[in-house]
Ligand binder design. Structure first.
Ligand SMILES: [Zn+2]
Ligand SMILES: [Zn+2]
Length: 268
């Protein structure tokens, strides 16, 4: 619905020689960007559910791709906005369900509140990249019906004043429209996530040859350089296949065999 194929189709064509076909689906029923910020585990479920919906719309297709994103203030640093993009890939023939994630600080996400006639409204709107980047306008005491698809600065300003008047505390909320087609920066992040997923699908499991071989985790306990006791540093990485369950360990990419004594509980 939000033209994400513009970001993903060239990537899948280039890396895998795969063609992306867009089904006619209304995925807004599964949650939209104008509401609450969902939890990451809910995003994974939603993305997989979206991908499965493709098979109902296009019964001849065996591989489906769906995307979910979440942007907002980062939990521990409320003033620093960030986001995460998820791409769910399902190959129903081979039994592959893979979710690739990409975290980013590259976002123009903002949320600010303004009273009617506030002179800072225009500057805030400019700072959010409007009109190249979309915005939503809401009423601070009732965020359930945000105003979308505003085209001109005049439209946004008058919507803000209307919503401020309607709000019990006299404040309108101006925040970023993170739908992909209204956010060029999100399109870029989506493309990067697409590359990450496509490259993963390029790698085949050494045992069953299913696509999607790659990192599934890591094990901590790299020995201390002075006393050899295990530390919280990563000791080795684990690659795995989510079709046959085969897994292999490999040493750290940076080649370190010991951890700094500063990270050791015994030596500190
Ligand atoms: Zn030590
Ligand atoms: Zn395998």
């Amino acid at each position: 619905m939000h033209h994400k194929e513009r970001a993903l189709a060239p990537v899948f064509q280039r890396v895998l020689g795969a063609e992306i076909v867009v089904p006619a689906l209304d995925t807004d029923t599964l949650g939209t960007f104008s509401g609450e910020v969902p939890r990451p585990d809910a995003l994974v479920e939603t993305a997989l559910l979206k991908a499965e919906m493709v098979f109902d719309a296009l019964p001849d297709i065996d591989c489906a791709l769906a995307s979910e994103g979440s942007y907002g203030p980062i939990g521990r640093l409320p003033l620093v906005p960030g986001g995460v993009e998820l791409l769910a890939f399902v190959d129903r023939k081979r039994g592959i369900r893979h979710v690739e994630t990409l975290s980013t600080h590259r976002t123009t996400w903002r949320l600010q509140r303004f009273a009617k006639g506030d002179p800072d409204r225009l500057l805030a709107l400019k700072g959010m990249g409007f009109p190249r980047f979309g915005v939503f306008v809401g009423c601070n005491s009732d965020m359930s019906h945000p105003i979308k698809n505003l085209v001109t600065v005049e439209d946004v300003i008058s919507a803000m004043d209307r919503e401020a008047e309607r709000s019990s505390d006299g404040l309108a909320v101006l925040y970023s429209d993170m739908r992909a087609h209204k956010n060029p920066l999100r399109m870029q992040v989506l493309r990067a996530a697409g590359y990450k997923l496509a490259r993963r699908l390029q790698r085949l499991c050494p045992k069953c040859h299913a696509p999607g071989w790659g990192p599934i985790g890591s094990r901590r306990g790299l020995p201390c350089e002075a006393c050899g006791a295990p530390t919280h540093w990563i000791d080795f990485e684990i690659d795995g296949c989510n079709v046959c369950g085969h897994a292999e360990t490999r040493p750290r990419k940076d080649g370190r065999r010991t951890a700094s004594r500063l990270s050791c509980k015994a030596c500190r």
